[in-house]
Ligand binder design. Structure first.
Ligand SMILES: C[S@@+](CC[C@H](N)C(=O)[O-])C[C@H]1O[C@@H](n2cnc3c(N)ncnc32)[C@H](O)[C@@H]1O
Length: 263
């Protein structure tokens, strides 16, 4: 999996873009509740990647530890925060074994993260260990509306794969979020989820096709090359029949959700 992130480090931002006002709302949804209870709080983000969530918070002057186990992702982040990183630390480490003292942090952030880990239970236990009493766990994710052309293209690819005898596994992210929620409830905690931003992205079929053919999404990674190549060739042929202009843009509606748990 680490090699997949090294490959996508430089394309990640192009394909998972948040408009500036959305980044601002996410930063506020995370920092405002912590500010109410703690002075000069220290944030830790697990799997910070190229800093979609981290950079706007760091730019507001908060103390922030951006942790990731992939040096290529961290390198992209390092270049972005070079001018504003006065109080930021970039740490290359595994989230399943956090190199921090017990009760040493005020907030832990995990965005699009748990589903990538086999050891999510350890990572969650570690997050709760390093948080101070009264500290916050924030989990975040983007959610598409499931009715866009982007979704239609993904569904078509899934159909082509099924015809070739390959069953694409999707929905791991949502399934893992549900598992984490059950674990939080079992610990008598009270996770609360809310939509913190909504926006419309204009995306062309060409971009939607690239997201699949360049294996940007993690759900594409397990498809063996010998199935992947012909399935994408068939998808591209289908798309050039269906879309008269592959560069014409269409709307994709997005929401960003944050689940907040206070210890
Ligand atoms: C899907 S990206 C999300 C990045 C960022 N949170 C965002 O939403 O833009 C997941 C990140 O988690 C990192 N990662 C995966 N497994 C990890 C682990 N065990 N420990 C630390 N980071 C990990 C990857 O290198 C990648 O940068």
């Amino acid at each position: 999996m680490a090699s997949h992130f090294s490959r996508v480090a430089f394309t990640y931002d192009r394909t998972r873009y948040h408009p500036p006002e959305v980044s601002g709302r996410i930063a506020t949804a995370i920092t405002a509740p912590v500010e109410k209870f703690f002075r000069d709080p220290l944030f830790l983000e697990l799997g910070a990647g190229t800093g979609r969530i981290a950079v706007p918070i760091i730019a507001r002057g908060y103390r922030y530890i951006a942790l990731d186990n992939n040096p290529a992702m961290l390198e992209v982040l390092r270049q972005k925060v070079a001018g504003v990183a006065r109080k930021a630390r970039l740490v290359e480490a595994d989230a399943c074994e956090l190199p921090f003292e017990r009760h040493s942090l005020h907030a832990v952030i995990a965005v699009h993260f748990w589903h990538l880990l086999d050891c999510w239970q350890e990572a969650l236990r570690e997050s709760l260990r390093v948080l101070r009493p009264g500290g916050f766990l924030f989990e975040g994710w983007d959610q598409g509306d499931g009715e866009s052309e982007d979704w239609r293209i993904q569904q078509k690819w899934q159909e082509i794969l099924a015809r070739m005898g390959y069953r694409l596994v999707r929905g791991r992210h949502q399934a893992r979020l549900a598992e984490v929620e059950r674990e939080l409830l079992r610990r008598q905690l009270e996770p609360r989820t809310r939509v913190v931003a909504e926006w419309v992205e204009m995306r062309s079929p060409r971009t939607s096709l690239e997201m699949l053919s360049e294996r940007i999404y993690s759900f594409t990674w397990a498809v063996p090359e010998e199935v992947f190549r012909p399935s994408i060739a068939e998808l591209l042929a289908w798309a050039s029949d269906v879309y008269s202009n592959l560069d014409a843009e269409y709307p994709v509606r997005w929401k960003f959700l944050v689940r907040t748990t206070r210890l």
